[in-house]
Design a protein around this ligand. Sequence first.
Ligand code: CMC
Length: 433
Amino acid sequence: MGKKVTLKYNEKEYNFDLLKGSEDENAIDVSKLRSDLNLITLDPGFKNTGSCKSAITFLDGEKGILRYRGYSIEDLAKNADFLEVAFLLIFGELPTKNQLNKLIADIQDNAIIDEDLKKILVSFPRSAHPMGILSSLTSALIAFNPEKKISLTKKTGDEHAYMYNLIVKLLAKIPILVAWVYRRRNGLSLDYGDYTQGYVENVTKMMFQRPNQKYIKNDVIVNAMNKLLILHADHEQNCSTSTVRIVGSSEASLFASVSAGISALWGRLHGGANQAVLEMLEAIKNDGGDTKKFMEKAKDKNDSFRLMGFGHRVYKNFDPRAKIIKVTAHEVLKDLGIKDPILNIAKSLEKEALNDPYFTSRKLYPNVDFYSGIIYKALNIPTEMFTVMFALGRVPGWIAHWREMRMNNDPIGRPRQVYTGSKKRDFLPLKNR
Ligand code: CMC
């Protein structure tokens, strides 16, 4: 018999199953708590709540470990191609050569956007934030690619083929939208590329190609982009992925769920942090570069300033992605011959924070977004596009979780609450108020 956890309530003892994950993490199964005891748990921000069982990504925040389907993030970032990682996350195994070639060919077959969607894009004001545009266009894709309901009970070959087609469509169309959002901001033509040249290479080409100029591939840019996309590809039940799962749990379409995920990612406490970090570093530079002054502001509870790119809900140790990105930032700046003073400002902030009891006692370390903006800036990507690049990387993770949720037949996501409002009272007519 498995281990139990006992809860004493109203002088009676109740046993709950203790579940173990494949990496030995423990969880109390409280799924019968309400039906058996008429109790719910209260856990604002879900700091202690597991919302599902998932076989996609393993994360140990205390030890600073991150693995996709068992493969370490260090190994993947060093050796893999982003599309291989996407396949791994979504379908569970690294692709064979044939599987990868088929995926690339299928993506290329779907690399087309309805011309009417261009009209929607150009109707946005130039000043609109790219994340808002990307979320809207992803949602608008549904109008041009209506999805049929996938049966949750029958997992037939047809259902799998249908789901595969949906996934391929999204993997093909999102990079085009990303490139177009960027090009529209820069007044450039909205063109297509060719995924058979390489998925990441095609994204960079679609973004950076200039009219009447021969596009010359820059390996530094493609490799840095490949690494960044891999590092952002999944992070288990974070805010945007939980959003995708919860939206999808109502049987909303894949595109609608991913559009919601893009909106959730936008905020500066989540994916929007990369934009916020760069703006913070630039502000410190323009203020004279006094990092200590900003450290004091970050620690001052009466000041709303936070050290952006620091701290994480689950990492209480170095974010392993941040370690890789810091090294990559150095390499990219060196290879592109760029000397950017904000890299030194970032390094000073990190050094000071790692020696400051405020940060060490709260286990606040640099996260994935602390150094990523420095790389994006070096690649000539405008600050407001940073979170869009994060979204591009996260698409395979969102798809993987949406697919897992649908294939596991997970129930609709619907938390409970502790009601703190008025007790029953009678309506007062307007003349008596
Ligand atoms: N600067 C100063 N103090 C901080 C910071 C920070 N960046 N982060 C946390 N703290 C303090 C916070 O004030 C609190 O102090 P106290 O215990 O005295 O009240 C303590 O540390 C715990 O913070 P919390 O806000 O309760 O922790 P959380 O798990 O709810 O929030 C976080 C995690 C990432 C939202 C937060 O650390 C933060 O706002 N960081 C800056 C934004 C950022 O870099 N976000 C990107 C996260 S990584 C990308 C991704 O989303 O995947």
